[in-house]
Design a binder for this molecule. Structure first.
Ligand code: FES
Length: 155
């Protein structure tokens, strides 16, 4: 094969790769975005305390969300870092699960109806307000709306 022929063939292959790559990336960005909540949640989500829009719906009759059928049950969404808690028979709350002190994970303590960070002992109300430091900033709170078994969590 002569040098000219080789360059022509490589050039065509390179162009084909570029076009194929563009088509793939274009098709990925054209559709509506959806998050990848485990267990079948749908919608868009953002992490912890960032400013991206959160709006997703989960079916609390299905695993792993079915803990939310019982008072004191909670679920931490790994895609958005939001902890969702059934605090009473008629209330389900949602707040950031990332501690505002040094970003450790928050958990829910049903016996005292509070959110707790084991890293350094910060305590938050279920509305996200700080009651015990060292954290000084409230957890971001999200809105919830329950229709049947479908729970929507949104900013
Ligand atoms: S990271 Fe939560 S109290 Fe320090």
């Amino acid at each position: 094969m002569e040098r000219k022929d080789f360059i022509e063939q490589v050039g065509l292959s390179g162009a084909a790769i570029l076009i194929f790559g563009c088509m793939q990336s274009c098709s990925k960005s054209d559709g509506p975005s959806t998050n990848t909540n485990t267990g079948g949640g749908t919608g868009t989500g953002g992490g912890g305390n960032n400013t991206s829009t959160v709006d997703f719906t989960i079916d609390i009759s299905k695993s792993p969300f079915d803990a939310l059928k019982n008072i004191g049950g909670f679920y931490v969404d790994p895609a958005t870092n939001i902890i969702i808690v059934k605090t009473t028979a008629s209330e389900i709350i949602a707040v950031s699960s990332i501690c505002t002190h040094q970003q450790a994970s928050i958990t829910y303590q049903a016996n005292s109806n509070r959110l707790y960070c084991a890293a350094h002992g910060s305590v938050f109300t279920t509305a996200g307000a700080v009651t015990t430091g060292p954290a000084t900033t409230a957890l971001k709170k999200y809105q919830t709306s329950l229709t049947g078994t479908m729970l929507r969590v949104f900013a």
